[in-house]
Design a protein around this ligand. Structure first.
Ligand SMILES: *Cc1c(COP(=O)(O)O)cnc(C)c1O
Length: 373
């Protein structure tokens, strides 16, 4: 429960019970094994694979290093088609690999990469497509795979928002050639910092495990210039505990989302996304779109009004990645190439959502939205 005047942020991390964690810490203190694929790392990797219903997972220190390593593992070069409507790390991971990002517009219903526009942007230099299941909304999985197959492209999903999301009972992270998770403190499931790559088979996992440990394939064998992207034992122990509680976290998020939807229904100019049939959502974010002419105030005016009331929504994802100084000169970054993404970025605001968000706080947020004139 929040105290009355505390600032309300867009998210608040869920932490496991401290007394349970200290038990795990005592084991680490006894073993003195702090990192390098220790016992908690191995246990957490297996438990996570079981939870997500996948066979092979490689844990990482954070999601960005997982993205960068995934591109290395598949030897992606040239151009990669991606979405501008995401967090900076999606495109930055390409840039760090000297890959040219090619921005393609998103779909108005789910804000995910438009497969038809992606197909139209393929050139002889294209080697992969990197879509994002933004806010945990599944991309058009079948169509994207079909395009990747026809053109011989790799399909790498930035699944940073999708922990626990299932499509027809199948984990969303099991699609594509590789899928990347983030366990950052702001995500549905956190290990403080952390991430993972979901691998299709044992040999791909092995290669990725080498790459995240400097390229070491044995005591004296270094297969290629890898990086240090290993998750440590304290993160892994914390993650193992988090797994026990994550279903409860998601259930409480759903209650918050349901409450928002009920209360926002019928407010002119405020639009929100509904749940999708056959998708088990994780309620990672609660984006609303503010149509200024119908609502009477712009998105930014509402954002400022919330701030005046100590409520800090976030304009995810504004500005678009394509508007960052490094990328805005690219021809694919032109606003005329990305009309849907530009419109959504101008109207979106994510309302606070987290397991411990109190009903009284939701009511306070709703009062700001409803009575703002
Ligand atoms: C959080 C996030 C990342 C980066 O993950 P970190 O664990 O913070 O490095 C990448 N992509 C998207 C879409 C994200 O939201």
């Amino acid at each position: 429960m929040e105290k009355n005047n505390n600032p309300i942020f867009v998210t608040q991390p869920a932490l496991p019970p401290l007394e349970e964690f200290t038990g795990y810490l005592e084991q680490i203190w006894d073993s003195k094994i702090l990192t390098n694929n220790g016992p908690f790392h191995q246990q957490f990797e297996q438990a996570l694979a079981d939870y997500l219903g996948v066979k092979h997972i490689s844990l990482f220190a954070n999601g960005t290093l997982a993205l960068m390593t995934a591109l290395q593992a598949l030897r992606i070069t040239g151009e990669v088609i991606t979405t501008p409507f995401s967090f900076a790390a999606t495109t930055h991971s390409l840039w760090w690999n000297k890959i040219q990002p090619v921005f393609v517009d998103i779909e108005p219903e789910t804000f995910t990469l438009d497969p038809e526009k992606a197909e139209a942007a393929i050139t002889p230099q294209t080697t992969a497509i990197m879509p994002v299941h933004v806010y945990g909304n599944p991309c058009k999985l079948e169509r994207l795979q079909e395009i990747a197959d026809i053109y011989g492209l790799k399909l790498i999903y930035d699944s940073a928002h999708t922990f626990g999301v299932k499509v027809k009972d199948k984990s969303l992270v099991s699609f594509g050639d590789l899928s990347i998770l983030s366990f950052h403190a702001t995500k549905v499931f956190n290990t403080i910092e952390g991430g993972a790559i979901i691998c299709p088979d044992k040999k791909t996992k092995k290669r990725i495990d080498y790459l995240k440990n400097f390229g070491f394939a044995g005591e004296t064998t270094v297969i290629e210039p890898g990086i240090n992207a290993k998750m440590n034992e304290i993160q892994a122990a914390y993650g193992l505990l988090q797994l026990k509680y994550v279903d409860e976290y998601i259930a409480r998020r759903k209650t918050v989302a349901d409450t928002y939807r009920k209360q926002l229904e019928g407010i002119p100019g405020i639009h929100f996304l509904d749940d999708i049939q056959e998708v088990h959502h994780n309620y990672a974010y609660f984006p609303i779109l503010v149509n200024a002419s119908e609502y009477g105030k712009s998105r930014d005016e509402l954002y400022e009004e919330l701030k005046r009331n100590n409520i800090y929504g976030r304009r995810y994802f504004y500005p678009l990645i394509s508007q960052f100084p490094t990328y805005r000169g690219l021809s694919s970054a032109k606003p005329s190439n990305l009309p849907v993404a530009e419109k959504i970025a101008a109207e979106v605001i994510c309302l606070p959502i987290y397991p411990e968000l109190a009903l009284t706080t939701i009511n306070k947020i709703m009062n700001c939205i409803k009575s703002y004139d």
